[in-house]
Design a protein around this ligand. Structure first.
Ligand code: PGA
Length: 250
């Protein structure tokens, strides 16, 4: 049985003070939530405050990106996997569509960053998803297949077993346009079929695939009712303790 994972991606929101205020409200609301894993990914500067605030709770903290070089070096503006690990992170988001769209991330760099995360002892949450024009051209499954083949399927079975995949249709991110449960279920099924092809039945059955893209308290139940959806990667609705706790407690 796959344990659901509810992950919050705070993007470029929340200072350390905002972070402390969030956890003060959020932790009591999820104190009894044992049915799923909970992860929050603040901006780098607020990770320390989040780790401190979440100490003793079941909430894990993650980064939103990492450099693909794991050794210290002259890389102005970058943060390494070992640094995230030392700061108390358990996970890191890799290949978010905003990284792909604005910062030149490709399937090849997604793979490099995933390997760096694994080498650093962090669980990578690897994002895939089609753009609107790709969906409208009927290319969703092809796009997912390519992103999977070039960005994920080069991992060894042992490495693959440690990652989480997030299906995030780009047209649904931050737009309020959620994929219907059927659209999401179709994409998740297609991804699981790829996993089975590459890594076998047991790996496919064990892999967690999250849905992301305007997941909200009022649509999370319908999404989570789909057999291939194992959790959510939540942007906007993870910024408020009240709405994210409703998602966690779907
Ligand atoms: P959203 O973002 O929930 O605000 O659509 C999801 C994401 O980008 O992970």
């Amino acid at each position: 049985m796959r344990k659901p994972l509810m992950a919050g991606n705070w993007k470029m929101y929340k200072t350390p003070a905002d972070t402390r205020a969030f956890f003060e409200k959020f932790l009591p609301l999820v104190a009894g939530s044992k049915h799923c894993d909970i992860l929050i990914c603040p901006p780098f500067v607020s990770i320390a405050a989040a780790v401190e605030a979440a100490r003793g709770s079941a909430v894990a903290i993650g980064g939103q990106n990492l450099h693909y070089v794991t050794k210290d070096g002259a890389y102005t503006g970058e943060v390494s996997g070992p640094m995230l690990k030392a700061a108390g992170c358990a996970s890191v988001i890799v290949g978010h569509s905003e990284r792909r769209q604005y910062f030149g991330e490709t399937d090849a760099t997604v793979l490099q960053r995933t390997l760096a995360a694994l080498e650093s002892g962090l669980q990578p949450v690897v994002c895939v998803g089609e753009r609107l024009e790709e969906r409208e051209a009927g290319r969703t499954e092809d796009v997912l297949a390519t992103q999977f083949k070039d960005g994920i399927a080069k991992l060894t079975p042992e490495q693959f077993a440690q990652i989480v995949i997030a299906y995030e249709p780009v047209w649904a991110i931050g737009t309020g346009k959620v994929a219907t449960p059927k659209m999401a279920a179709d994409a998740h099924r297609a991804l699981r079929a790829r996993i089975e092809q590459a890594y076998g039945k047991a790996a496919a059955a064990a892999a967690r695939i999250l849905y992301g893209g305007s997941a909200k308290p009022d649509n999370v139940k319908g999404l989570m009712a789909q057999p291939d959806i194992d959790g959510a990667l939540v942007g906007g609705a993870s910024l408020e303790a009240s709405s994210f706790s409703l998602i966690v407690n779907f």
